[in-house]
Design a binder for this molecule. Structure first.
Ligand SMILES: NC(=O)c1ccc[n+]([C@@H]2O[C@H](COP(=O)([O-])OP(=O)(O)OC[C@H]3O[C@@H](n4cnc5c(N)ncnc54)[C@H](OP(=O)(O)O)[C@@H]3O)[C@@H](O)[C@H]2O)c1
Length: 301
């Protein structure tokens, strides 16, 4: 099968499309014929070696942690799916023609493979980080980096919980944020003043999804470091703020719930661009530029 791999840390040029043997589904796993795989910032960060201090990569390494496709092998102990079922979920080296999934849910017919392949990471991270900031219904949450994959999901989940979201993005994305249910403002100089003008009742908590080095500023806006959470800035704890990380709790339920919400029209994932597997390096470059709206997806033939 075709798969995308890298043999050393480096830029997008280290990625290669190679021919390798299909993986086998182990206990509590399924193998899928991949139809789509989401592109996440962690893909290029791992490839660039940014995680090398805390995560071992054995070379050659595959790429991708989420996918949607059709089950073609069921591992021992799996009873909720059969060969031929369409599923989506978390997996191992998913940017390939076949991949093993470790957690999954059925993909309803009303949900496209492209969207389903991009849902797992953003849904779980959004729900977990929202839980971590602990804003109650009626409260106001500031989200830095609101137009990306996780931000788009946070806005929608928070709005459903009755939380007002003030989201930062560049000006051309403000209509996008409004469409998801957020009150937009720009990041950069003067952000604190703009946020205070919008949030006359105050900000209850802040969520940093951009990792742009503004934890102290967010603490200043909220007034309490314990109500600032980041998923992208490892320095957050140095300031008394929290860093939110996986592993996912109850991933199957999250996947099933978000699939249902999508089909009911209550959750929308904007897929900005779809790349063929052969152009995974370009997809990672676009992700690394840091201005994706919604999600990038790899389509696998
Ligand atoms: N800890 C965890 O569990 C976990 C899990 C998954 C992901 N992550 C991390 O979370 C981060 C976000 O992931 P993602 O998938 O949402 O990324 P993404 O989709 O690539 O996010 C891109 C967005 O960031 C915005 N942005 C860029 N610079 C900004 C700035 N200075 N201030 C505010 N917004 C800015 C961009 O908006 P503009 O174009 O308007 O600038 C763009 O819409 C990544 O660093 C990722 O590695 C952490």
């Amino acid at each position: 099968m075709k798969a995308v791999q890298f043999k050393e840390y480096g830029g997008p040029e280290v990625l290669r499309v190679v021919e390798i043997v299909e993986p086998r589904a182990g206990p509590s796993q399924v193998r899928i014929k991949v139809r789509s795989a989401g592109v996440n910032p962690s893909d290029w960060k791992r490839r660039a070696g940014l995680y090398r201090d805390f995560e071992e990569v054995s070379f050659p390494s595959g790429v991708g942690v989420e996918a949607a496709g059709v089950v073609d092998e069921v591992g021992p102990g799996v009873s909720d799916v059969s060969v031929g079922d369409a599923v989506f979920g978390y997996g191992i080296n998913t940017v390939a023609q076949y991949a093993v999934l470790t957690h999954w849910a059925h993909k309803p017919d009303g949900l496209s493979f492209e969207v389903a392949g991009g849902l797992p990471v953003i849904s779980e991270t959004a729900l977990r980080s929202l839980d971590d900031v602990g804003v109650k219904p009626g409260g106001t949450l500031l989200v830095s980096g609101a137009a990306g994959g996780i931000g788009s999901a946070v806005i929608q989940f928070a709005s459903r919980q009755g939380i007002t979201v003030i989201g930062t993005a560049s000006a051309q994305k403000h209509d996008y944020l409004r469409g998801l249910g957020a009150v937009p403002t720009t990041y950069g100089p003067g952000m604190a003043g703009r946020v205070r003008e919008l949030a006359t009742e105050g900000i209850d908590a802040a969520l940093d999804l951009a990792g742009s080095g503004i934890i102290p500023e967010l603490i200043g806006i909220v007034g309490d470091s314990s109500r600032v959470v980041s998923v992208a800035d490892f320095t957050a704890p140095q300031y008394g703020a929290r860093f939110s990380a996986g592993p996912p709790k109850n991933p199957e339920k999250i996947l099933a719930d978000v699939a249902r919400l999508c089909c009911e029209g209550l959750f929308h994932l904007h897929v900005e661009r779809i790349f063929p597997l052969e152009r995974t390096a370009e997809a990672q470059e676009v992700s690394a530029e840091g201005h994706v709206t919604g999600k990038l997806v790899i389509s696998v033939a």
